[in-house]
Ligand binder design. Structure first.
Ligand code: NAD
Ligand code: UGA
Length: 467
């Protein structure tokens, strides 16, 4: 993973000046900002647009509104070199570039369906400002057939002069180029992708996108737009399926006295299975898996297919959180007025993102039972404070542990592995750890005098049979 400092290396050596293109990214969030910075880093001239004016002002001063390892030094350097600029004007961005990426949010509606309002707004605004050929690329995660709707929106909103003149229609292309980066390792992932998926309907669009990504020397999968959009939903849903499978296995492990870590290791050596995304825990969270699984289920329903498998994946994921809370209730007995310490709030390590973090549901359930909650997260406390009223945010893990009846590990930050657990134990009222991420070595914790409970470590005995 990239920490601060050295710039990530390109597979093929330094950027090739000849491939420099003028590119705009609309939406400077977790994906848009990383995409903009990385495309500038590989040699392009990039304009990043966001309609959040205070965010753009901060970015212009080099202040990054998110925590993402490795992003800050790159951004500062590229801005100095004038390869990367920020604006609130889609008009300016559209006029000055040939390739325009849409990277705005696609949140869930109540029905689970993706809300494409932001995508439509941006497509319309690009269209009214078009004055020459443009390639409009969906970078946001969108359901299949969105490309056709974007194309239609653009056609309907082109400036009058281009619509009215016979044969004078403005040429443009729409393409899909889903993003597979993970938060916390976004720069590294973008610079070294397993593959780049390009969904296109014309040779010109394919050539332009090949040129954009040429310096990365990555495997490129070219397909039509519908398939590219589907690849993204299918990929995220498959990864979510692996996690839920591991979580379901972890429940059996607890019932029969097996260890899910060993089971995952034993399965993972099989190249057809692989070890990654088999970590059992309190379930997947974040801004994407829960939303994209919902959207894929909804898309399938609307298309006439009942995706029962994926519904079960979602159900297992929800159950992991309630199961964890019940385990705590089982061991602590009465929750009311107990003080519970929480290490980790973000939905995963190395990010400050609290969107759909499992910690939110777990903490709220315990608060509902009357628990007092103290917490620490290296990066997410500011964002978490708004989501979790009543939680006392502490300056470090030791302050969390002081006087607690138990400690929960909800995010596997590396620094939590390296704590002085003797000191932690001595300051706790009851030395009990519930490790929702299987971060710590169970035997070592027990040796230190803790009652230790992981997920699927086969240590619950008959009490663990309660679900
Ligand atoms: P985000 O909320 O962090 O960023 C979206 C940005 O778009 C915000 O800054 C918002 O102000 C801006 N925006 C909204 N409407 C706009 C408009 N009309 N003009 C200009 N800017 C506008 O979202 P994100 O996490 O970056 O996700 C963006 C998309 O990428 C989603 O579809 C998501 O599913 C997908 N995706 C996300 C990740 C990830 O790790 N976060 C990875 C792959 C794909
Ligand atoms: C995920 C995908 O990994 C990316 O490829 C994709 O681009 C992105 O979603 C997206 O579309 O937004 P991200 O959500 O950033 O990336 O993070 P992950 O590392 O995938 O973790 C997602 C959640 O699954 C986290 O809550 C994590 O704790 C959990 N997880 C992950 C597990 O519970 N077990 C695992 O084995 C792996």
């Amino acid at each position: 993973m990239i920490s601060a400092g050295p710039a990530p290396l390109l597979r093929g050596g330094p950027p090739d000046e000849r491939v420099r293109m003028k590119i705009s990214i609309i939406g400077a969030g977790y994906v848009g900002l990383v995409t903009g910075v990385c495309l500038a880093h590989i040699g392009h001239e990039v304009i990043c647009v966001d309609n959040d004016a205070p965010k753009v002002q901060k970015l212009r001063k080099g202040i990054i509104p998110i925590y993402e390892p490795g992003l800050a030094p790159l951004l500062t350097r590229l801005m100095k070199q004038q390869k990367l600029v920020f604006t609130t004007s889609i008009k300016e961005a559209t006029r000055k570039s040939t390739v325009i990426f849409i990277a705005v949010g696609t949140p869930s509606k109540k029905s689970g369906e993706a809300d494409l309002t932001y995508v439509e707004n941006v497509a319309r605004e690009i269209a009214v400002n078009m004055d020459s050929y443009k390639l409009i690329v969906e970078k946001s995660t969108v359901p299949t057939a969105t490309g056709q709707r974007v194309e239609r929106t653009i056609r309907l909103n082109l400036p009058k002069k281009f619509r009215a003149r016979r044969g004078g229609e403005l040429e443009f292309d729409v393409a899909s180029n889903p993003e597979f980066l993970r938060e916390g390792s976004a720069v590294e992932d973008f610079m070294n992708p397993d593959r780049i998926v390009i969904g296109v309907e014309s040779k010109k669009a394919e050539q332009l996108l090949r040129e954009v990504y040429k310096p990365l020397k990555a495997t490129i999968v070219v397909t039509n737009i519908n398939s590219a959009e589907l690849i993204k939903h299918a990929s995220n849903s498959f990864l979510a399926t692996k996690i839920s499978f591991a979580n379901a296995v972890s429940r059996i492990c607890d019932l029969v006295g097996a260890d899910v870590l060993k089971v995952a290791e034993g399965m993972g050596y099989d190249k057809r299975i692989g070890r990654s995304f088999l970590n059992a825990g309190i379930g997947y969270g974040g801004s994407c898996f829960p939303k994209d699984v919902d959207a894929f289920i909804r898309l399938s329903e609307k298309s006439g297919y009942d995706f029962g498998l994926l519904k079960a994946v979602r159900q297992v994921n929800e159950e992991q959180k309630t199961h964890f809370v019940r385990l705590i209730e089982d061991k602590l007995w009465i929750i009311k007025n107990k003080t519970i310490g929480v290490l980790g709030l973000a939905f995963k390590p190395d990010t400050d993102d609290m969107r759909n973090a499992p910690a939110i549901d777990i903490i709220q359930a315990l608060q509902h039972e009357g628990a007092r909650i103290k917490a620490y997260d290296p990066q997410a406390m500011e964002r978490a404070a708004g989501e979790l009223p009543g939680v006392v945010m502490c300056k470090d893990p030791y302050a969390v542990a002081r006087g607690c009846d138990c400690l929960l590990i909800l995010t596997e930050w590396k620094e939590f592995k390296e704590l002085n657990y003797r000191k932690v134990r001595e300051s706790m009222r009851q030395a009990v750890i519930f490790d929702g991420r299987n971060l710590l070595a169970d035997a070592a914790m027990r040796q230190l005098g803790f009652e230790y409970f992981g997920i699927g470590r086969g240590c619950l005995g008959t009490e663990g049979r309660r679900t």
